[in-house]
Design a protein around this ligand. Structure first.
Ligand code: DAK
Length: 257
């Protein structure tokens, strides 16, 4: 891995992926995204991992897709490279992913953070979709995910002007879960990850799938999936253990079975 660093056991059951192209503000070139995809696929299969955190550094989560790599590409080049398949594979990760964001999360960097399931931001975080300023538009879900996260009016403003959203504004509009001082953003993401990692990985995975389906379907279809997944938790040992532990007034011991 050249552009990312993976720590499987940052905390018990919590893995950490650090984007590592600091000189380029973690600009997301194709190799970096492929490394992220490969790491996520490995971690998704690894029973010792229940929650994944993705982070950059204090200065930047990621300042966008690599403009230098895209600058002279034709539409057909872009089509044939088909980088979307990498992004689609990332989106299909079953375990929950928390983005721990400090500094710039712009363009593809903002889209990447929004592809994760939750965002913990440092007070220095800046979110934005500035593609309009370089003559293009968001290509990795920004027009859809940002609009669903913060509403049409603000998404229009950000995407049509390329303005940035401060961490505080991002919190106000519901894009991020929590804003903390910059020394704390990774710690806070780890706390959230540890809390989720104690719970039934079966139930967590089914809940994530069900929530994400709400973005892709109409209510009837979403409710049908939720019901199916709800029934499915009753086929798990974790559900038996969780309910039994409640009745016996003790902490449950979830095995992911
Ligand atoms: N790409 C390549 N290099 C970048 C970069 C980027 N997005 N952002 C920064 N860098 C590089 C700079 O070129 C500079 O490198 P050197 O010149 O030193 O070699 C270094 O990082 C430091 O940047 P600055 O000198 O510019 O630092 P400043 O503090 O002055 O400014 C900044 C920070 C973040 C405001 C500025 O760097 C900036 O405006 N960066 C570009 C932001 C941007 O426009 N992002 C959107 C890019 S378009 C797709 C998936 C995703 C996408 C498209 C397709 N498919 C799946 C097909 C997404 C598209 C985008 O994200």
């Amino acid at each position: 891995m050249e552009f990312i660093k993976v720590t499987e056991n940052k905390e018990p059951y919590v893995a950490l992926i650090e984007l590592n192209r600091p000189k380029e503000l973690n600009a997301l070139n194709r190799q970096l995204m492929e490394e992220v995809r490969d790491a996520l696929q490995q971690l998704d299969k690894n029973d010792a991992v229940r929650v994944i955190i993705i982070t950059g550094n204090e200065q930047a989560f990621a300042a966008g897709a690599d403009i230098k790599q895209m600058a002279d590409k034709t539409a057909i080049d872009m089509l044939m490279i088909d980088q979307f398949s990498t992004w689609d594979q990332i989106r299909k990760t079953k375990k929950p992913i928390i983005a721990a964001v400090s500094g710039f999360a712009l363009g593809g960097g903002c889209e990447f953070a929004m592809t994760c399931d939750m965002i913990i931001a440092s007070e220095t975080a800046k979110f934005g979709q500035p593609e309009i300023k370089i003559g293009t538009i968001p290509g990795a879900g920004g027009t859809q995910r940002l609009t669903k996260a913060i509403g049409k009016a603000k998404a229009m403003e950000l995407i049509l002007t390329g303005r940035f959203l401060s961490a505080e504004e991002a919190h106000f509009y519901g894009l991020v879960n929590k804003v903390v001082p910059k020394e704390m953003y990774l710690y806070e993401a780890l706390q959230l990850a540890k809390e989720i990692a104690q719970l039934s990985p079966v139930a967590v995975q089914l809940a994530k799938e069900s929530i994400n389906r709400s973005f892709e379907t109409h209510l009837d279809e979403g409710l049908t999936l939720e019901r199916k997944n709800f029934y499915l938790t009753f086929a798990s040992e974790d559900q038996k253990e969780g309910m039994k532990a409640f009745v016996e007034k003790r902490n449950p011991d979830f095995k992911g079975k």
